[in-house]
Design a protein around this ligand. Structure first.
Ligand code: FRU
Length: 505
């Protein structure tokens, strides 16, 4: 049995990091973070007997990507999380001695079972672990790795991350990969018992040479593939387009999964923040909703991360649905509203000034909901985290085309921080609009974490004002004919109690 999953030798180190993390003014308060150290992808996402389980890529010993463990947290409301014992620790020997990389949790006839990528050297291979009834303790299978090599005769760029489901009395699995010189892919396998797998073939392969450098470039490898059905007869294949040394981003194909292949209809960007919503994973919860989390990477330097003792933020849980136009619509889970506190409403009406501060709305933990009506050619700006001298400010901009069709969502972070070492690159993407030019905006500001939803299109990012205590101003402005239909803002409470988080109960 491998129940000795605590970290006796590292506990002091982990506690030191957790204490240091608390002092960082950029640490979010209602987005999930690890107690300290490093966090990346969400893993093993499941709603099991009324409890949400969020596992994640975790290095408890340093805020750096090294010897990755599986952290674990539970929640009954998707918002308040309890830290659980570390679920997977890299072995001292065996196929995961250099890390327990991303994977999923499945229900194997009542037995919670993890399928993850064991890392050894620079190779990852599929491994399996069986859980205790409370999903706290995990026993790795003696037969690991359960697939001993990528498919024979294929020159692969990588082979890792898993999507596993039950179909026709069998298990099916996708492993993320890429075919050298061709593009990213997801290899399909089949099994009776999650231990012996038969290779079926590539489900779908991208073209690494198409749109190179563009925002919908599909990469040389697909990380964290996630296949699910949504709506009536649409299937979705989510993946994170990856390439050595190149900025990566999450994309999805809509189309039809049938037999052993996926026939795509369209390729879409999953989040306009690109790498700021990376390696997402989703699950269908017990209410039948498609819930998705992604990893909000840091936008500051490794040195800054090392100093603050923590890094990596989980997005808020998103509910994903299918829009009438065939793309995905994303919104924060409605449970988030339990954290809403003081409410301010701004009087509706035409926005006449190019800019005015909303003195009643201030803060760095905010939930804002607003509806704007834009005439053709009009632009509206919502300013966040502004210092009183306006030297630091982050701008969310929505604009409508002159011909009235569609628009653009933009995030300007160029003045977001005076700190020259943080990433302040702008972000943007297409904004679908009805003929009224209506824009429903939802904005979550959680210190350095920012998530924007504009007509269901998300944009996640990170912002690090150099004067965080002063950068609490909010304002609004317009160019052209813009009407404010509604504007509500709430102060958000913290989802975590103050003080260092105990290193699991
Ligand atoms: C995505 C990823 C996965 C891998 C894991 C390692 O961010 O690179 O492909 O399994 O992170 O931590």
């Amino acid at each position: 049995m491998t129940h000795d999953l605590t970290l006796p030798s590292g506990t002091d180190v982990a506690e030191g990091l957790a204490e240091r993390a608390l002092r960082d003014p950029h640490r979010p308060r209602f987005h999930f973070t690890s107690p300290g150290g490093w966090l990346n992808d969400p893993n093993g996402l499941t709603h099991w007997n009324g409890v949400y389980h969020l596992f994640y890529q975790y290095n408890p010993l340093a805020p750096a990507h090294h010897r990755i463990h599986w952290g674990h947290a539970t929640s009954t409301d998707l918002i308040h999380w309890i830290d659980e014992p570390v679920a997977l620790v890299p072995g001292t020997t065996g196929p995961d001695r250099d890390g327990c990389w991303s994977g999923v949790l499945v229900d194997d006839g009542g037995v919670p079972t993890l399928v993850y990528s064991g890392r050894h050297g620079d190779r990852e291979l599929p491994c399996v672990a069986k859980g205790s009834a409370d999903l706290r303790y995990w026993t790795k299978d003696r037969a690991n790795p359960v697939i001993t090599a990528p498919p024979e005769g294929v020159d692969t760029t990588a082979f890792r991350d898993h999507c596993v489901w039950r179909e026709g009395g069998m298990w099916r699995q996708l492993v993320g990969s890429g075919i050298r010189g061709v593009g990213g892919t997801a290899f399909l396998y089949e099994s009776d018992d999650l231990r012996t797998w038969r290779y079926v073939g590539p489900l779908l392969t991208g073209d690494a040479f198409q749109n190179q450098g563009e925002l919908d470039w599909t990469g040389t490898m697909w990380e964290c593939v996630d296949l699910f059905g949504i709506g009536d007869g649409t299937d979705v294949l989510v993946f994170s387009a990856w390439d050595e040394g190149i900025t990566h981003h999450p994309l999805y194909w809509t189309g039809r999964y049938q037999g052993d292949t996926f026939t795509p209809t369209a390729l879409h960007r999953l989040d306009y923040g690109g790498r700021y919503f990376y390696a997402p994973q989703s699950t269908r919860d017990e209410h039948g909703r498609r819930i998705m989390f992604g990893w909000l990477q840091e936008g500051r330097t490794d040195e800054a991360n090392a100093q603050t003792g923590w890094c990596g933020v989980m997005s808020v849980p998103r509910v994903v649905t299918l829009s009438a136009d065939g793309s995905l619509h994303q919104a924060p889970a409605p449970e988030l509203t339990v954290l809403r506190r003081e409410h301010v409403e701004v009087t509706p009406g035409p926005l006449t000034a190019p800019y005015s501060q909303l003195h009643a709305v201030r803060g760095d933990q905010l939930d804002i909901e607003t509806t704007l009506l834009l005439a053709p050619g009009a632009t509206a700006q919502l300013v966040l985290r502004e210092t009183p001298d306006a030297v630091e400010r982050t701008v969310v901009e929505v604009s409508r085309e002159h011909d009235g069709t569609g628009g653009t969502l933009r995030l300007h972070r160029e003045a977001g921080s005076l700190d020259p070492t943080v990433d302040t690159e702008p972000r943007y993407g297409e904004l679908p609009m009805d003929p009224d030019g209506r824009v429903d905006l939802r904005i979550l500001v959680d210190r350095s974490a920012l998530e924007i939803f504009a007509n269901g299109r998300p944009l996640a990012a990170r912002i690090y004002p150099a004067r965080p205590g002063e950068a609490v101003g909010v304002g609004i402005g317009a160019h052209g004919d813009v009407t404010l239909e509604r504007f509500d803002a709430w102060q958000m409470a913290s989802a975590f109690t103050d003080g260092p988080r105990p290193l699991w109960p």
